[in-house]
Design a binder for this molecule. Structure first.
Ligand SMILES: [Zn+2]
Length: 443
């Protein structure tokens, strides 16, 4: 397939704009890139997809999400409103995840994947929990992923909060799915070893996880110091701070994703840098949970490649980018905080770096050899647009509704805002039906 007549922004190392650009796709990857004239001459017989002068960007990437949270939208949370982060976990998330059965896991994933296609997000790193439907839950999500055509890495969150059996079942689910992905080598499915957070995991369980992960060539995917309670609990029970404890137990490393990292001291940041641990930032979630914001600028300055996730918020990464850009300015009282190019680097470059361990080809850039994960945006810039000022066009002008076409692995998943392979109305109708039963079980 040949995409023609796009304003192609390559991003990546090349970071160029090709004004009347074309992209040749072979199989699931990008084969060639150039002007429309040059590529039409080189590939005269290729099927054409005319971008009609739209913006053409790599599909966006979400470094950390929770498909299982989809049914929380519009849900009445029983009891008094939560007054802190731990109460949010207890009163909302730990009630919702226990209410999920296998079919709910499938539909909550489908809802998020459809939302991702709509908003041009083609790669997502998910963190799953369904304590009453653990065994095989990652296969259920994987099936939904295959049906939608997107690219994901999946894991199951191990935790002690559902007893020893729950923890063991979570470990087994991670191991089983890691082995499955290794055997299948599906370029759209990858796995990590999920852990909830230090505050719900004993040393014994973490040691078991490290032992179980041995030989599987995997890192861990864990929430780190999201709320201050994570540090308080760690100091009270183990007399050490969270990052120190995780490091001592062998959880950190270049394949491990430390999510949030809001409440860290300088020593902990240095430990993350030394161990080359990956960090993701989720500003909408941080604001919603009122947990504060991490020192992203400080971590970036140390050379920690902080990536951007959505923590289960909408799968429009343009919205997450805006939240990152604005929240740090307000929080620090400094308009110089979190410049647009730093946001862009997190959302594309650093997310692409995070994905390198999961997928055999690059994502987050339009270049020969990269996966053909590409979106069109019907955005007509009112002021000059170039690679150098693209971040500010995205932050002040672009939104997810501009996405008209979403392509992943060379397949057109949305064309002119219509999903090509999925019956969106039927999925949403069934999801609403499932939700009624889930909300009843929540109480
Ligand atoms: Zn999370």
């Amino acid at each position: 397939m040949l995409i023609t007549h796009g304003q192609v922004f390559t991003l990546g190392d090349r970071n160029e704009l090709i004004p009347d650009g074309a992209i040749a796709i072979e199989g699931d990857s990008i084969a060639d890139l150039g002007t429309t004239d040059a590529l039409e001459a080189r590939y005269p017989r290729a099927e054409r997809l005319d971008a009609g002068g739209k913006l053409v960007l790599p599909g966006s990437i979400c470094g950390h999400t929770h498909f299982y949270g989809a049914f929380a939208r519009g849900m009445a949370i029983p009891g008094q409103p939560a007054a802190d982060f731990v109460q949010i976990l207890e009163r909302l998330w730990w009630k919702l995840d226990r209410a999920l059965l296998e079919e709910d896991v499938r539909y909550s994933a489908l809802i998020c994947l459809v939302d991702a296609i709509r908003h041009g997000c083609t790669t997502l790193i998910d963190h799953h929990a369904s304590p009453n439907a653990i065994d095989g839950s990652l296969d259920v999500i994987a099936q939904a992923v295959r049906e939608t055509g997107l690219r994901t890495s999946l894991c199951y969150e191990v935790t002690d909060r559902n007893g020893m059996d729950g923890a063991k079942a979570g470990i087994a689910e991670n191991v089983r799915f890691l082995k499955r992905c290794r055997a299948e080598r599906d370029p759209q499915l990858a796995a990590s070893f999920g852990l909830h957070a230090a505050l719900t995991l004993s040393d014994e369980t973490l040691e078991e996880c490290v032992a179980a992960a041995e030989g599987l060539d995997t890192g861990f995917h864990i929430h780190v110091a999201e709320g201050i309670a994570d540090q308080e609990e760690s100091l009270r029970q183990y007399n050490r701070r969270v990052v120190d404890r995780l490091n001592t137990l062998g959880i950190l490393g270049p394949k491990t994703i430390a999510v949030h990292c809001v409440h860290l001291d300088a020593y902990e940041k240095e430990t993350l840098r030394e161990t080359r641990t990956l960090v993701t930032h989720q500003p909408r979630s941080n604001m919603n949970n009122a947990v504060g914001l991490p020192d992203v600028a400080g971590m970036l300055k140390r050379g920690i490649p902080v990536a951007l996730g959505n923590d289960g918020f909408s799968n429009c990464m343009f919205d997450e980018m805006k939240a990152a850009y604005l929240s740090h300015k307000l929080y620090s009282g400094d308009p110089r905080a979190m410049p647009g190019d730093a946001v862009m680097q997190m959302a594309y470059g650093n997310n692409a770096n995070l994905c390198r361990q999961f997928f055999p080809r690059p994502v987050g850039e339009i270049s020969p050899g990269a996966f053909a994960d590409i979106v069109f945006l019907d955005y007509r810039p009112p002021t000059p647009l170039a690679p150098g000022n693209l971040p500010w066009h995205i932050l002040f002008g672009v939104d997810g509704a501009h996405v008209t076409h979403t392509i992943a692995g060379g397949k057109v998943l949305m064309q002119d805002r219509q999903l090509t392979a999925l019956d969106e109305a039927a999925i949403m109708a069934k999801a609403r039906e499932q939700t009624i039963a889930v909300w009843k079980r929540v109480g």
